[in-house]
Design a binder for this molecule. Structure first.
Ligand code: GCV
Length: 709
């Protein structure tokens, strides 16, 4: 009895202790979990070489920032927070410069100090979001000046400055002038109003619709900070597979609260809208874009939105695609639909982003050709506040696709590019795949649309075709997971998207290095090894999933594992066999002149180059050609052998990534190290499965003749 009582006492003491720990953890919930990935690239940790920073900050002893403006208030907060972490001490903040060295921030309108330190006409060319960072002297004291025309520019300049400090760059003789190349730099959330996320791999939606407008999750503010730090200035809150409910007064009120949190960070909100909303929530019998009642309904809806969200950005529309309704129901065109919405928004400065992701096989039996066929004839017919939002490639965010032939083919219409940050087809939240090289391949591609040198990036930023409006969108991978993106390395894709949206000419290596230094460490060995891991990770994914131009071989529904034999009974183009067309004669989709003639949608000389297997780059070979298994590749191997070699190369690279990561054991915090290690192990298993399943399936055809081996 006595023993039992003592055990009970011991047990309840333990429980008490555990409870105490939980209570304490409640008071200090996050700092105890210092390295869980929540802080993303804004960790602001004191570096391993504090002497470096003390050297630069020896004479810089205060921050001079004007007060009274909301964006400048967040600049002040971020700089104080960031520098305090990085320097290990707090710098005092003042509004007027004293006899000390200082970091001075502001606009000519908000600061009396800024005009004393720079000829403000120099700022003219910086636009509303650009900035200048410069080392100057004031009364012989060193000053780092961060000046812009508008507070948003100061915000971006402040984050740039923090990045320099975080990545241990020299801070003397600064002379930086930056301005974003693309105007609308948006995340697209495929978040549903019930909290689920289409193709989301990092938990539920961060928009807590249920509890808004009463409860505001502090996470939304951290979301805003993170986006502002990489220059993102807009976010579409809801899924393109939209529900009319987003346009009800109840949801507009909720969204207004989110808009209020994002506003000081320079971020506007946008809605994905459903074309039949006037019927679903407006009691109108039609959604015909030429019906005056319908036009009036959208106008009044826009007015209602702008009354509560004065800086509302506009609408994103997925029309007549994958079950979403569109103007075609009424015999109208994409232009009729887009222009009607554009008209409703134009008085308020809003835009319409009309997606070109359509693939009605009755228009062309080759899915890659459908969007071009529908949209190119409409060039010049869209209102001036309409952008056509076009996925990077003509299919659907495959591991690798040639650029979408719409780029360059609609010179009278601004085209936005849609990239996918969430890794729907590239290992979701489980595989380490750094996507910046994929995006760079497309941005840097020469369309030849207006002669050599007409890069996709120039079409997107408006310079190639003289557009005054430009945009780029990334389908967000953000969710409620503590580290935001599921895989710690998927954060790099969010980061890279923002950086490339700001400046498409940055290299993927530059971006990776910045991100590694801020997210992991400035230790040269860590930087070098993680650089290597990231650099080849996309090509590895292409190799173990869909090498040599193969595409869409994922199993049904989830788009994760291999399913080369998958046949969808309802739709040919939702079947893997439609894309690879493997048979005893060979493999690949013939889009040459003698096949579907998909090559004709590209400008010369690409059209001719890609038309012949001999001049088509091998990375796109089976995208454009159906070739015999014993076709001789540049390496001298048969196509079948080459395919096998690529699958193996992909697996080998994952092996390499695993070993390289393990070598960092002592240099990375245990929590993140283990999580990445576990995912790499899973990635290796998956890569092997991809290789084995694909080769087993293709081998059924390829191994039929001796010469093919
Ligand atoms: C939001 C692909 C995805 C869908 C997505 C669609 C789109 O088909 O699998 O989940 O729907 O693209 O971009 O509209």
């Amino acid at each position: 009895m006595g023993i039992v009582r003592r055990k009970c006492k011991l047990y309840s003491s333990c429980l008490f202790l555990i409870n105490c720990l939980f209570v304490l953890a409640g008071f200090f919930p996050r700092p105890l979990l210092a390295e869980d990935g929540y802080r993303l690239w804004l960790r602001y940790e004191k570096g391993a070489r504090p002497e470096l920073l003390s050297h630069y900050f020896e004479h810089i002893t205060e921050l001079v920032i004007p007060s009274g403006q909301k964006t400048l208030a967040v600049v002040r907060e971020e700089l104080c927070h960031g520098l305090s972490g990085l320097l290990g001490k707090d710098l005092p903040v003042t509004e007027s410069i004293s006899q000390k060295g200082a970091v001075v921030l502001g606009t000519p309108k908000t600061s009396a100090v800024v005009p004393k330190l720079i000829d403000i006409s120099e700022l003219k060319s910086c636009g509303t979001e650009g900035y200048i960072i410069r080392s100057v002297y004031h009364d012989k004291r060193p000053v780092i000046l961060i000046a812009a025309n508008e507070p948003a520019g100061v915000l971006y300049g402040a984050f740039h400055f923090l990045r320099l400090v975080q990545t241990e760059q020299p801070l003397n003789e600064l002379s930086i002038r930056e301005e974003p190349r693309i105007q609308k730099r948006l995340l697209n959330h495929w978040d549903n109003l019930d909290g689920s996320i289409e193709r989301g791999y990092a938990g539920e939606s961060i928009w807590n619709w249920k509890n808004l407008p009463a409860d505001i999750d502090p996470r939304i503010r951290d979301y805003a900070r993170s986006n502002a730090s990489i220059g993102i200035n807009g976010t579409v809150l809801n899924n393109v597979n939209s529900q009319a409910k987003i346009l009800t007064s109840e949801y507009i009120e909720k969204a207004a609260v989110i808009a209020g949190i994002l506003r000081p960070y320079g971020i506007r909100i946008y809605f994905s809208v459903k074309f039949t909303s006037p019927m679903e929530i407006g009691q109108i019998a039609t959604a015909d874009p030429l019906d005056p009642q319908v036009c009036q309904w959208w106008k009044e809806k826009a007015q209602e939105i702008y009354r509560v969200i004065p800086d509302f950005g506009g609408f994103l529309v997925k029309a007549y695609s994958e079950g979403q309704p569109g103007p075609q129901i009424y015999g109208r065109s994409h232009a009729d639909g887009a222009n009607m919405l554009a008209d409703a928004l134009s008085a308020h400065g809003g835009i319409v982003m009309w997606r070109s992701f359509v693939y009605d096989l009755s228009i062309d039996s080759d899915r890659t050709k459908c969007a071009y066929a529908e949209f190119v004839p409409l060039d010049g017919k869209f209102a001036s506040n309409v952008l056509i939002q076009t996925k990077n490639g003509p299919v659907d965010f495959q591991p690798r696709e040639p650029f979408n032939p719409l780029f360059g083919s609609m010179p009278k219409t601004p085209l936005m590019m849609e990239l996918q940050i969430t890794q729907e087809y590239t290992g979701q939240g489980k595989h380490l795949v750094y996507l910046a090289p994929q995006w760079k391949e497309v941005l840097d591609a020469d369309t030849y649309a207006r002669g050599p040198g007409t890069l996709v990036a120039g079409i997107i930023d408006g310079t190639a075709e003289n557009h005054t409006i430009s945009g780029i969108a990334g389908v967000s991978g953000v969710g409620m997971d503590r580290n935001w993106t599921g895989h710690h390395f998927s954060q790099a894709n969010w980061y890279a998207f923002g950086r490339l949206a700001w400046e498409p000419a940055l290299t993927s290596e530059q971006i990776a290095e910045e991100w590694i230094r801020m997210t992991w460490s400035n230790d040269p060995e860590v930087v070098e090894i993680i650089q290597k891991i990231m650099a080849g990770s996309w090509q590895a994914c292409v190799d173990y999933m869909t090498p040599l131009g193969l595409h869409h071989l994922m199993a049904a529904g989830h788009h994760y594992g291999p399913g080369p034999d998958y046949v969808n009974p309802g739709r040919a183009d939702w079947s893997s066999t439609y894309y690879h067309k493997a048979d005893s004669k060979g493999i690949g989709f013939d889009r040459s002149e003698t096949g579907s003639n998909g090559v004709s949608q590209y400008f010369p000389p690409l059209r001719q180059l890609w038309n012949s297997p001999r001049t088509c780059p091998e990375k796109y070979l089976l995208w454009f050609h159906h070739l015999p298994w014993d076709y001789r590749m540049a390496s001298g191997l048969t196509l079948w052998k080459e395919l096998q070699a690529h699958y193996q190369k992909g697996v080998d690279y994952v092996n390499f990534m695993q070993n390289a990561w393990s070598s960092l054991n002592s240099k990375i915090d245990p929590q993140r190290f283990e999580q990445v290690r576990n995912r790499l192990a899973m990635q290796l298993e998956n890569a092997v499965e991809w290789r084995d399943t694909s080769l087993e399936y293709f081998g059924r055809f390829a191994d039929q003749g001796d010469s093919r081996k």
